[in-house]
Design a protein around this ligand. Structure first.
Ligand code: TIU
Length: 221
């Protein structure tokens, strides 16, 4: 069984019962000129995840292990977006408003899709989710039947990654979060978000760097 050097201790996982989750690596969050940057955020804090994530995905695919991608977004008529979410954003830049890459966080728009560098391959599952968590109002739990561990990556650490990890915990999954493959616009949230996962003996899971996971995969060859 592969074992990854992690906090708060080694993360052991069974290849047959583990999936890689890649959360919301969407143009609107990551691309210069996109929605995230237009709100005053420094997208380089998220873009640092692209290279390690691409390397991990290559290693994962080489072993025919499953990758599940998610995208946060809404139907064009916004019928799946609660007013509480719609009304909360910056007034000039709300979900559904026109942005540089199409209507903000609307399914089918260019900005809603995954960045070119990490595009899903044919056959990989892409889950469209209306919430921050990947389990809310999606088939993810059903799709993962038989899996018990998740490697969690993507953006942003304290928002969609954390919500998903918390949801996964309550559904019985063991989660390994990769520090170099998750990103936040806020360095203090990145640090605290990761510490919160591994604290108290791993209250929400384990935290490691992706090269440690890739090394553990290599040892299985
Ligand atoms: N994917 C995700 O985290 N959505 C967000 O809205 N994140 C923010 O940090 N705003």
């Amino acid at each position: 069984m592969p074992k990854v050097d992690a906090k708060p201790g080694p993360f052991a996982f069974d290849l047959d019962s583990t999936a890689l989750l890649v959360i919301d690596m969407q143009r609107d969050f990551l691309m210069p000129g996109g929605f995230g940057e237009s709100l005053g955020n420094d997208v380089s804090r998220l873009r640092r995840t692209i290279e390690p994530l691409a390397a991990l995905m290559t290693a994962w695919r080489a072993r025919n292990l499953p990758i599940i991608h998610t995208r946060e977004g809404h139907l064009p008529d916004l019928s799946d977006c609660p007013p509480a979410k719609l009304n909360r954003g910056a007034p000039s830049m709300r979900i559904g408003d026109p942005g540089a890459f199409g209507r903000i966080l609307i399914r089918g728009e260019y900005g809603h899709d995954i960045i070119d560098e990490l595009q899903p391959l044919d056959g990989e599952l892409v889950i469209d989710k209306p919430g921050k968590g990947a389990f809310y109002a999606t088939d993810l739990h059903k799709t993962l039947a038989g899996k018990s561990s998740l490697v969690v990556t993507g953006v942003t650490t304290e928002v969609c990654v954390h919500t998903t990890v918390r949801e996964a915990n309550d559904r019985g999954y063991e989660c390994l979060v990769l520090a170099d493959c998750v990103g936040s616009y806020f360095p203090e949230f990145q640090q605290a978000g990761l510490e919160m996962i591994a604290a108290q003996g791993g209250i929400f899971g384990w935290v490691a760097e992706s090269p440690a996971l890739i090394a553990a995969l290599e040892e299985q060859r």
